[in-house]
Design a protein around this ligand. Structure first.
Ligand code: NOJ
Length: 495
């Protein structure tokens, strides 16, 4: 591969035929609430998503819930068989906090919960697949939400206790951990806009920012606990999974606005990954000024103390990136409805839009395809934070799954894998690609209407068989050839 990269650079052309280096790993992902079901089995207590989707108002969770979902609590072996059939190097799944700690605190550890995740982890290892575990994929214990959830500063210590339990129970076999999945969505969507994400709090001025600070402190606690107590024994790695939309100004005049809006979008990365730590200075200043002008006696973006800055800074072993889509940024007009982060930002008066050429042929309105956006983020990580290892911890394409043909999903992954390969050829240290999702999952506010799975799960079939879609065959071929250039063999020519 090295020779291939050198020749590519010398000849200004790509000679590698879509080949990935031997150290590059291919994975797929799911999360606990989205697949497990068994929401009230044994001593498991409700999480905020159980509560939220049980509210009967014809809107929440698109009239569905994760009570049964793909039934993976009982059918996990079928998931692992699918993972093995694909030839995955690793499988990313998450642990449900209340399945392990029914009180939310470590005073009671569920035997059934521990048994379930031990079987899953051991089952993976027996099939030669590495586990990559997310500790928190949005299912806060309901009783902790009742105490303020991610807006209560104590949550960083509650999370630290939970993390310690997980490292103790599973750290001997799990070597790659993600503390928290997508702070952007769990804070901005769930605490500021009531957009359909549990706990559905609408505090557009303050909620998301309070959540942001506490989330980063919680992450830092977990990383530091691992670093001191567990790394010497187990030698694994810990990071956080940030969802990032690539953003740029729609025109040259809007370049600066594009950069600022992007900084707000990646707010959650600077405190952990930047050399100085803390919030991006320009954003901190803007929000402090906005807060003052609005009559607040404090900045709505809570400051970190110097001690906190140093505590959070550097708490990573790699950069976890969830990427799906990109946006163009322009100055908002009076008519634009701003709704950070999905349509624009009140703080900057910026409005998010897309280029007409970016495909959106699916039932996911926000998923406009811009594969180059992925490479732009990979380049940005290196430029901004240095030559750190990057793992694409999620990337995926969803559709309605009506006709069983998911060729668009195949095209999406082929084009995004190509961008990863270009980034590797340009010397960026990206080491893994994780397809969202292994099997169909319950899609939060969209309920069961959107299918991201490489494997279909028929929710009307009581057996809930896992059935490979064409995309599963494509991904298996990619993994086998360790190249994205496999489509012509059987599918892509037909597109
Ligand atoms: C990212 C989230 O982590 C995952 O839970 C969700 O299903 C996908 N995005 C698709 O929306």
């Amino acid at each position: 591969m090295k020779t291939c990269i050198v020749l590519s650079v010398l000849l200004f052309s790509r000679l590698c035929n879509g080949k990935f280096p031997s150290w590059f790993k291919f994975g797929a992902a799911t999360s606990s609430y989205q697949i497990e079901g068994a929401w009230n089995i044994s001593d498991k207590t409700p999480s905020i998503w159980d509560t939220f989707c049980h509210i009967k108002d014809d809107v929440k969770c698109s009239n569905a819930n994760g009570d049964v979902a793909a039934n993976s609590y009982y059918q996990w072996k079928e998931d692992l068989d699918a993972a093995a059939e694909l030839g995955l190097d690793y499988y990313r799944f998450s642990i449900s906090w209340t399945r392990i700690l029914p009180t939310g605190y470590p005073n009671k550890i569920s035997k059934d919960g521990v048994r379930y995740y031990n079987e899953l982890i051991n089952g993976l290892l027996a099939r030669g697949i590495e586990p990559m575990v997310t500790m928190y994929h949005w299912e806060l214990p309901q009783n902790l939400q009742d105490l303020g959830g991610w807006t209560n500063a104590l949550i960083s210590t509650w999370f630290a206790d939970y993390a310690k339990v997980l490292f103790t129970l599973f750290g001997d076999r799990v070597k790659t951990w993600l503390t928290i999945n997508e702070p952007l969505i769990m804070c901005a969507a769930a605490y500021s806009e009531n957009t359909g994400f549990a706990p559905g709090i609408s505090d557009p001025n303050y909620g998301a920012f309070l959540c942001a600070k506490n989330t980063l402190l919680a992450h830092a606690h977990a990383w530091r606990i691992y670093d001191v107590i567990y790394r010497p024994k187990y030698g694994g790695k810990v990071s956080i999974a940030n969802q990032i939309f690539w953003m740029e100004g729609q025109s040259e005049e809007e370049r600066k606005l594009g950069e600022l809006t992007y900084s707000l979008n990646v707010l959650y990365t600077y405190p952990v990954f930047s050399k100085n730590g803390g919030w991006p200075a320009e954003i901190e200043e803007i929000i402090a000024t906005n807060s003052k002008n609005q009559g607040f006696s404090f900045s709505r973006l809570p400051a970190f103390t110097t001690e906190e800055i140093n505590f959070v800074k550097g708490t990573y072993d790699f950069f976890g990136l969830n990427y799906y889509t990109s946006r163009l940024v322009r100055k908002a007009t009076k008519e634009d409805k701003l709704n950070w982060p999905f349509t624009g930002s009140h703080e900057l008066e910026s409005f998010l839009t897309v280029d007409a050429s970016w495909r959106n042929e699916n039932t996911v309105p926000w998923l406009h395809e811009y594969p180059i956006g992925l490479r732009r983020i990979l380049e940005w990580v290196k430029k901004e934070f240095g030559d750190i290892e990057i793992i694409v911890t999620e990337i995926g394409y969803g559709d309605g799954g009506e006709d069983g043909n998911d060729y668009n999903k195949i095209r999406y992954h082929k084009e995004h894998l190509e961008q990863v390969e270009l980034a590797i050829n340009a010397g960026i240290n990206v080491t893994g690609y994780t397809v969202w999702s292994l099997i169909d999952t319950f899609e939060w506010d969209s309920g069961n209407t959107v299918k991201f799975g490489l494997y279909k799960v028929d929710y009307d079939d009581p057996k809930r068989a896992r059935i490979p879609r064409p995309s599963a065959k494509f991904y298996a071929a990619v993994i086998q050839a360790r190249s994205f250039d496999v489509l012509h063999k059987y599918i892509y020519d037909e597109l």
